[in-house]
Design a protein around this ligand. Structure first.
Ligand code: MN
Length: 294
């Protein structure tokens, strides 16, 4: 197994500074996880306001830790997401499917803490758009560590979250300073995001907030990974089977070719019905045009 360290870049999303961990120049994906932002603010004047925008060939996955986000999409869903809950929006696959949505912090909500992810959909499957809200997920405690399973199977538990390729996502909070095991599956890829606190991997490398340890080349006789973490450390473990397809990305679109991305840009900007409609009346949110591809 090899372990590589990645650091974050600051990006602006809907008026909020986020720490972006994926994609990286040298690590595009972890399993089908292809986009990873850690969002956190507790400033009384801040708010996140993301206007109507489309997605293709991916799922958006929101893991809420504090505050609230209101979601509205072109399938007609209105959903408030609260801490401990997952929102999963599936854009569908191919050049005919798509979805659009808005996301904003409601008035009066003055803090936000979330992990925002994208999952690339398998291009070989014909997947329709959908939206799912998971208000309650499996949680358990073991040896002074609190676990919440956001998707997949781990520790003998299985989450109800819809998947199109084998994935896992686990929220891990370590109460007392200790060394503990993370079991790994052969050929899977894993990422450990430090949300807060610090950990040390077997090779003695220390990771702090907004740093990502990526574990690859797990073999069939692999021992569990030993992680040392300080008391109060909060992690998110992501994992999955490596993708068997190219992942091209432009703006909010994913595709298996540049032509697919170019078509998505043209379709969104010309108001193609594949992306549906969202009623923005009574909000200050705008429709966001797609930037043209070079
Ligand atoms: Mn989005």
């Amino acid at each position: 197994m090899s372990i590589d360290k990645f650091t974050s870049k600051n990006k602006n999303v809907g008026g909020v500074t986020v720490a972006r961990l994926l994609p990286q120049a040298k690590r595009r994906t972890i399993g089908a996880w292809c986009f990873l932002d850690h969002v956190r603010f507790d400033d009384n004047d801040a708010s996140m306001q993301v206007g109507a925008h489309p997605h293709t060939n991916l799922q958006t996955f929101t893991w809420m830790l504090a505050g609230e986000i209101r979601h509205q999409d072109s399938l007609g869903h209105h959903q408030l997401i609260r801490p401990g809950q997952v929102n999963l929006m599936t854009a569908g696959t191919g050049d005919t499917h798509g979805i659009s949505h808005t996301e904003h912090t409601p008035e009066g909500v003055q803090r936000l803490h979330a992990v925002q992810l994208w999952i690339a959909l398998p291009a070989s499957q014909n997947i329709p758009p959908s939206f799912h809200h998971y208000p309650k997920l499996p949680e358990w405690s073991e040896n002074g560590i609190d676990y919440i399973l956001t998707t997949g199977s781990y520790g003998g538990y299985t989450a109800p979250t819809l998947q199109y390729s084998p994935l896992v996502g686990v929220d891990i909070r370590i109460r007392n300073t200790q060394t503990f095991n993370i079991p790994v599956l052969p050929n899977w890829e894993y990422g450990l995001l430090v949300i807060s606190g610090s950990l040390k991997t077997e090779d003695g490398i220390r990771y702090g907030t907004d740093e990502l340890a990526v574990l690859t080349d797990c073999t069939s006789n692999e021992q569990p990974v030993r992680i040392h973490a300080e008391a109060g450390t909060h992690l998110m473990l992501l994992g999955g089977e490596p993708l068997q397809q190219p992942v091209f990305m432009w703006w909010n679109f994913i595709g298996d070719s540049r032509d697919t991305l170019r078509r998505a840009v043209a379709d969104w900007n010309s108001g193609h019905p594949r992306f549906g409609k969202i009623d923005l009346s009574g909000t200050t949110l705008q429709r966001i045009p797609a930037p043209e591809m070079p």
